[in-house]
Design a protein around this ligand. Structure first.
Ligand SMILES: *Cc1c(COP(=O)(O)O)cnc(C)c1O
Ligand SMILES: [Zn+2]
Length: 388
């Protein structure tokens, strides 16, 4: 409703709103949605939010859908921010530790946020058939939202994707193809077939609206912390959509006059078996090379090459944050530790944030009494194979 245009995140070429777009036609990088934030601020106020629906569409003025009737929703977003006092007590530096629990989203992961926005926009722009490669949870969310919108869905997943993800897609009406390869191989198939098949490609960041859905995590954190953002955010990073989205949300909120220029230190958490962002960050690179032989039970982190790599790395650098890799053993053990302490059955990706935080504390990267948020991005129950 307040969208002015789309802008390439790399070469800054502008694109018209209200049309289907994938990557920048000039340079092949992701497009970001730009809003008239002055206009948005006329109705979107801290006060007005108090009476709105408890899902991400409460931020409608800074979301891309033009006509409300096109919104495809299961009530995603506005997830709990849980204080984790018992876990905090196990850390060698006293901190105010919180878990943003995204497992309560529809289809049990934060992928619902992105897909609600992407499918709503696809509906608004007349799309009938959608396709995506997925490491698991994105497929589950796309299948659900697309079926609800009356679209046909074509999904490509590695054959060792958690079984729960495969079954949920089949049961919610999607066409599922399992591939002997990684998410990047699945992405190539979508790219090759989409024109002939008439599919709209909803791959992470090759589609401009998933990041808009996921940025609402940043708006929610601001609201839940009464507009004092935390000092540190640990985010399990695959394609990086959520981290890029939150970083964008912080800038928007500053323009809306809600927050100042201070930013949380953004931290990408990955598995040692697939850590392209961690490697690039510590080598001081602006882009991340494809990670060879990517392997981890945290399937959402098994993204050897992210098209938004430069945006992730930029946010880590500008925020004074870092990137941390943990082993699969550490992240699996952390699932039980968090579960036993706080009663939350985390996805392995989310659990990875705890050993990563401990490593940061060892390196004096977290100070006494700082406020730290770790993101539990999904539900452990979908990864039963990982616990056998
Ligand atoms: C997709 C996924 C991630 C990675 O999210 P990005 O925003 O793509 O980096 C992390 N955790 C879970 C559970 C996921 O499904
Ligand atoms: Zn460009």
């Amino acid at each position: 409703m307040n969208v002015t245009h789309l802008e390439c995140a790399s070469c800054h070429k502008n694109y018209e709103a209200g049309k289907l777009h994938n990557l920048c036609a000039e340079c092949g990088k992701p497009l970001l949605v730009r809003y008239d934030l002055e206009r948005a601020a006329q109705t979107l106020t801290k006060e007005s939010l108090k009476n709105r629906q408890s899902n991400l569409w409460r931020y409608a003025e800074v979301l891309p859908v033009e006509n409300e009737s096109n919104i495809v929703s299961f009530g995603e977003g506005f997830t709990p921010l849980l204080k984790a006092e018992k876990l905090a007590a196990t850390l060698s530096v006293k901190s105010n530790l919180f878990i943003k629990d995204e497992s309560t989203n529809p289809t049990q992961s934060f992928k619902a946020r992105g897909m609600s926005a992407a499918v709503s926009m696809a509906k608004e722009l007349g799309v009938k058939r959608v396709a995506a490669p997925s490491a698991g949870n994105a497929a589950g969310a796309l299948a659900a939202y697309a079926s609800r919108a009356g679209m046909e869905t074509f999904l490509f997943m590695p054959k060792d994707t958690p079984r729960a993800n495969i079954v949920e897609c089949e049961q919610t009406g999607a066409n599922v193809t399992l591939i002997d390869g990684l998410i990047t191989d699945c992405g190539k198939i979508v790219a090759e077939c989409k024109d002939a098949e008439g599919w709209f490609d909803v791959s992470t960041l090759k589609e401009p609206y998933r990041v808009e859905g996921k940025k609402t995590m940043g708006y929610e954190l601001a609201e839940q912390f009464d507009y004092q953002l935390p000092d540190v955010i640990l985010y399990p990073t695959g394609g990086g959509t959520g981290l890029i989205g939150m970083w964008k949300a912080f800038d928007e909120m500053q323009q809306l006059g809600w927050i100042d220029a201070k930013r949380p230190r953004m931290v990408s958490v990955q598995s040692i078996g697939c850590a392209p962002i961690v490697k690039a960050f510590h080598e001081g690179d602006m882009f991340a090379a494809e990670f060879p032989n990517a392997q981890t039970v945290a399937s959402g982190l098994r993204v050897p090459k992210a098209i938004g790599d430069f945006l992730i790395l930029d946010a880590l650098h500008k925020s004074g944050g870092t990137a941390v890799a943990v082993t699969d053993e550490e992240l699996i053990n952390a699932v039980k530790e968090i579960g036993a302490a706080e009663g939350l059955f985390c996805a392995p990706e989310g659990a990875a944030c705890l050993p990563a935080l401990r490593k940061m504390i060892e390196q004096n990267l977290v100070k006494e009494n700082e406020t730290v948020v770790i993101f539990n991005t999904g539900a452990g129950i979908k990864y039963l194979e990982a616990f056998s």
